[in-house]
Every structure is written in structure tokens, then in C-alpha cells.
Design a protein around this ligand. Structure first.
Ligand SMILES: Cc1ncc(COP(=O)(O)O)c(C=O)c1O
Length: 379
């Protein structure tokens, strides 16, 4: 049986990327690797839509989240954390670990934050220095309105917008410079279709001013070290050499494909998956605000999502993600990022239909597949 990894990270890695990473190791303090590293940072700027440096860290995405906090804030600073899922919650935990005071803006799971609520919280808390949010909250499948929130922060010198774009950058447009984002983070095992192990982070000029005032402890994740070295085409510590080689293969592929076409792929797969499942009565968990990086689908009334997830794995070797906390047993999550294509989407919908049939769910078998296929035909 084949092994299909259809989770919203890690995602399947294309063969041409695996082959690039299988090349012999190069020493990192050589002109040869410096060119590779430089090329990667230049390519990342296009995906981040910025003229600023994009720093490459040898860490998972959480490392860059940690860096965003400890490089810009100080003990006792106040921030707003938008918490509409597990990753929003993580911002709060990181702040707590550093003694940063977070005002939590709770958002119902499956809904996007309202800018009015952010404005209201800012009015009540005049000392807030940063807003921390996800562009795509992977635990619920919600896309938050980053462009609108940046409208609030971009003209204020005393307030920065810190965006976890780990399942957004490379999946759909997040325009760092145009929108006026201050910190944006990406992760290798998501739309960059690499194995886990790299995170990417960019800072605006305003965020670098915050760096000057920040008193939180930092060493490995000191972004000024990374920045100074990045200008010299290298990194302060030993980089994840072969992952960076793989990253260049991915970025070259993105260049050939064109970012618009890359984003279009994700949105067509998302529309097909959501409409396919809706046609057989399964609801989208994030209606009206779905991130195109993944689809989050509710299991039907009376059927535990765990049964669907287990069935897919045992019968078809397909791994999809479940829900956590309050969404446990209620949802399943499918990636549109990475080396997945329309055949994978059709297969997983067919797989779910087959499991639902076994579980005696009442629907028209084949309708989900045919609905999705019609939409996927435009890919
Ligand atoms: C939106 C979001 N933020 C943060 C993370 C954490 O990243 P990592 O697991 O790479 O540390 C993830 C990973 O799933 C994510 O999807």
C-alpha cells in the first residue's frame, strides 16, 4: 500500500527536491555554499513579497515565532494575541515564557477575527506594542484578514504586526511590503514542500527599531546576528545545508510555475475539496474565511472524525490530520500545500466516501468525487 501524507504539514516532498538534497554535503564556509545561501534568500524575497532580508533559521516554525517575540519585545510589554486556535494559543504561551503580558482576543474556532474587535481592544489597552496573529490558523483552517489589520498598524510607530504565515507564505498572497506587515514567518514543511527543519522570517524597518529597544534574552535566535551574516551570504551558525539546497530547487520551481499559478493551484484544490464534501452533506469548518492552504471538514452528525481518519489510514494508507481540543473527533484536515495534485484530492474524497459508506452514512456515493472532479478539471 502506498503511503499518502495529506496532512497540512509535513507535506509530501517532490522527487526533484529529494534528489537535490541527496547531493554530497558542501562545507558551509565556502564560496560555493555562500552562493547557494544567497540565491535562497533572494528567492525567498519574491515569495515574501518584500525588499527586506528574509532570514533562514535552522529551526521549525515555532523557533521563528519565538524569535519574533524575543527580538522585538521587552519584559512587561503588553501585546494583543489573536487566539482562534492552537497556534494563536501558542503565541500566548511564548509571550508568557518571556514575561510579555498578552491581552487575549479570543475568536470562536472556525471564524476569522474582526478588525472592529482589534480596534476596541487597542482603545482599551493604550500600551499595546504588538499584535500577534496567524495568517492561516492551521488548527481551524481560518484565514485571518491580515491586510485589514495592517491598515491599523502600519501608520503607527508604536505598534507592530507580527504574522505567523507558516501555512500562508507560499500558499496564498501575503504582501509583506505592500500591506505593511512588520514580521512575517514561513516554514519549510508547508507550502515550501521541504522536510521540516527550516523557518523563514522577515522584519520591517519598524520591527528592527523595536529590536533596538528589546531587552529579552536571545542568543541562537538573535536575529541581528542572522541579519548581519545574511548580508554576507551566510548564517551565524551551521546552516541546514542540504535543506537550503532543496529550498533552491523549490524556489526555482516556483519561479518557473509563477507565484500566481502556485496560489491558483491551492485555491482550486480548496474549492474542489470543500464543494465536493459539501455536495455529500459535510460542512466546511471555516465557512466564508477558509485558508486555501488546507481544507478543514466537519464529520457528519453522529460520526466521530477519528473513525474517518482511522479508516483512511487502514484502508488506503492515507494520513489526514484530525482536530485538537474542542475540535477533536469533529473535523479532519487535508493539505493543499506541497507535492499534492488533483489526483490526490480525488483519491482522498473517494476514500472518505468509501469509509462513510461503511459507517452507514446516508448519501449519494460518488457525488463528492464528481463534484470535486469538475472543479479540478480547471487545474
Ligand atoms: C500556523 C502554524 N503556526 C505554527 C506552527 C508550528 O510550526 P512547527 O511545528 O514547525 O514548529 C504550525 C505547524 O503546524 C502552523 O501550522
Amino acid at each position: 500500500m502506498k503511503n499518502y501524507v495529506l496532512t497540512p504539514g509535513p507535506v509530501p516532498v517532490p522527487e526533484f527536491v529529494m534528489l537535490e538534497m541527496a547531493k554530497p554535503i558542501i562545507h558551509h564556509r565556502t564560496a560555493e555554499f555562500e552562493e547557494i545561501f544567497f540565491k535562497a534568500t533572494q528567492g525567498l524575497k519574491k515569495v515574501f513579497m518584500t525588499q527586506e532580508e528574509v532570514l533562514i533559521l535552522a529551526s521549525s516554525g515555532t523557533g521563528a515565532m519565538d524569535a519574533a517575540v524575543c527580538n522585538t519585545l521587552s519584559k512587561g510589554d503588553e501585546v494583543i494575541v489573536v487566539n482562534g486556535g492552537k497556534f494563536g494559543e501558542r503565541w500566548g504561551k511564548i509571550c508568557k515564557a518571556y514575561g510579555v503580558i498578552s491581552h487575549e482576543l479570543k475568536v470562536e474556532w472556525g471564524q476569522a477575527v474582526k478588525t472592529d474587535d482589534i480596534n476596541e481592544m487597542l482603545d482599551k489597552n493604550k500600551n499595546v506594542k504588538a499584535i500577534l496573529i496567524q495568517a492561516s490558523e492551521t488548527s481551524t483552517g481560518v484565514e485571518h484578514p491580515i491586510k485589514e489589520i495592517a491598515e491599523i498598524t502600519k501608520n503607527r510607530d508604536d505598534l507592530i504586526l507580527i504574522v505567523d504565515g507558516i501555512t500562508a507564505v507560499g500558499a496564498f498572497p501575503v504582501e509583506f511590503d505592500n500591506w505593511g506587515i512588520d514580521i512575517l514567518i514561513g516554514g519549510s514543511q508547508k507550502a515550501f514542500m521541504l522536510p521540516p527543519g527550516l523557518s523563514f522570517i522577515s522584519l520591517s524597518k519598524k520591527a528592527w527599531k523595536f529590536y533596538e529597544d528589546s531587552d529579552l534574552p536571545k542568543f541562537y535566535l538573535d536575529l541581528n546576528q542572522a541579519y548581519k551574516n545574511s548580508l554576507k551570504k551566510t548564517s551565524p551558525w551551521t546552516p541546514a545545508v542540504n535543506l537550503v539546497m532543496g529550498l533552491n530547487a523549490v524556489l526555482e520551481h516556483f519561479d518557473k510555475l509563477g507565484l500566481e499559478n502556485l496560489f491558483r493551484r491551492h485555491s482550486i484544490m480548496s474549492e474542489a475539496t470543500i464543494k465536493g464534501f459539501e455536495s455529500i452533506g459535510l460542512e466546511n469548518f471555516a465557512p466564508g474565511c477558509s485558508s486555501t492552504a488546507l481544507s478543514v471538514i466537519k464529520s457528519p452528525e453522529g460520526i466521530d472524525a477519528g473513525e474517518i481518519i482511522k479508516g483512511l489510514k487502514n484502508k488506503y494508507g492515507m494520513i489526514v490530520a484530525g482536530g485538537q481540543d474542542q475540535a477533536k473527533g469533529k473535523i479532519f484536515r487535508i493539505t493543499h500545500m506541497g507535492y499534492v495534485d488533483k489526483g490526490d484530492m480525488i483519491s482522498v474524497i473517494a476514500g472518505v466516501e468509501s469509509i462513510l459508506n461503511e459507517l452507514k452514512y446516508d448519501f449519494t456515493p460518488g457525488l463528492g468525487v464528481s463534484t470535486a472532479t469538475r472543479i479540478l478539471d480547471s487545474l
